[in-house]
Design a binder for this molecule. Sequence first.
Ligand SMILES: [Zn+2]
Length: 55
Amino acid sequence: MPAYKYTCKHCGSDETRIAGIDDHTVTCDRCGKPMSRHMDLKSLLDSYKRPQTDN
Ligand SMILES: [Zn+2]
């Protein structure tokens, strides 16, 4: 299962959670606001290295 990092834009809290298929509704433990998901660092670096070769 992929782990995604979530950041709360409201209080700056970071959390890493194991994401389900449609897990877009993680809420912040501190303030209860929805957190935004971003790719983990490894995937991010990987996408930088790789030229865009879709198709
Ligand atoms: Zn928060």
